[in-house]
Design a protein around this ligand. Sequence first.
Ligand code: ZN
Length: 560
Amino acid sequence: MSRTLPVVTMALLLAGGVVAVRAQTQPDLVLTNGKIITVDERFTIAQAVAIKGDRIVAVGTNQDVGRLAGPATRRIDLKGRAVTPGLIDNHMHLLRAGTTWQYEVRLDGVGTRRQALDMLRARAATVKPGDWIYTLGGWAIEQFADDSKPFTREELDRAAPNNPVLLQASYREAFLNSRAIQLLGVDEAAAQNAAIVKDGAGKPTGRVLEAGFRQLVAKLPTASGAELEASTRLMLRDLNRMGLTAFGSAGCEAEVMPTFRKLADQGQLTVRVGCITSPPGGGNVDQLLPRIAQMKLFQGDNYIDNIFYGESVYGPLHDPMFIAKSDPKPEQLATWRRIATEIAKARLPLHVHANLTDTLDGFLDQIELINREYPIRNLRWTLAHVNQLNASHLERMKKLGLYAAVHPWAVINGGINQAVFGDAAYDMAQLRTIQNSGIMWGFGSDGTRANQIQPFTTLWWAVTGKMVGGARALRESNTIAREDALIAYTRRNAFFVFQEDNLGSIAPGKLADLVVLDRDYLTVPADQIKDIKPVTTIVGGRVVYDAGAEPVALAASAGK
Ligand SMILES: [Zn+2]
């Protein structure tokens, strides 16, 4: 393919006579000698890309694209490296994560206990004695291939003797060291709280189960004010390092939004944010309905915008992660329908948390009823998470014109899923059935707590069926081709952030969001997909991450 913008072609043809025009139209940046995985409709592979301002102006052969360059054009020789569109996560709790990032030792994709403890020790060596070190999800103890026994307080004491440590594993359990136990008053609470695990002598072991850790986490320090901006910048750098360039952000918290707006205004926001949001005070349905009618989406730009109503319609019908079966009651579903009808009347897109079989059926029953009066096709109503989505749901969804936002919790929670759901866990999610159904679907993480967020870890899971650490989490027959997995993280996800004209493939006219990889996603052995590292990440034509410019390759965010 050798498409160029007409004005550039004309400048070339007229050569010397139009120097000024040519100077204006020559690209700012040209990348040549690469394997450009465009992910366009025909999955074209090209050699070179030209960028002018924040957009791609040409994609093609080295010769065709190279000759557009002028004296002021910056050139990058890709030396054969693969390039993909910037990766899009269609559902992450992005803004909230900035409030904790500076304290977190992220264990996303860490497959051994040994490495996790090394990271903890390294962090303890860089922070002040007494400073909190914690991490809120994004990993599970079952992901450690070398030893997946619960962390003990003594073990965490040895790793960080002078700092309180709390490690929340997914939404399942948390592990504390002695300083954290002391600071959070766990000893005092232990006798009356069954969620605090105790040894034979009645002393807390450091492990706290789901029912007990949320109140402890609520006491942890978080970043606000100037600290919030610094913490958010650390996070953005880490996200760009993973190859992520755009998000559907579940919940754009009012207290964090100003930080993102400020960064955007200063031209320093290095990811694009599409908010999945709902009016405040959703508890009272009568108060909520008029607010829905007044909601206005799509008032922003291609860096920050409000794009979906979500992710909850009616609180009591919000599936928890680790229960085997949901039981939506008729009166609850009727209330859900009342709210969703108002969303349909207002012609708002909807992105709704729905995971378990009976919940999916219950919501589909309601949407079919709503659709008779207020057609929802083309509103991009999306069922999100959908780990138990099956062929019968897909049939109904296709008739309604619904989308599926697939958030594979199994990437870290495969072991927990097997404990909760038995063998059915190996069919969560039925990726191949979803892919073959022809429905519009895309990938998200639902991170940073319920799941890990590294896109190449999710892509590896989709292709191999293995969870972090290497244990099987998905039946082989549910896995999909790596091309289809990549399309779901790029071109299809552009629809989930309402930017299909701007994002998702490398094509002339689209925004220049792309990622140069250290190895070829299409040919690397499947088991190495998780090890792929971005070398350079470009957002809107700007290099926002360059591995060569980093002082040290970091496994996770640096200390405060
Ligand atoms: Zn959710």
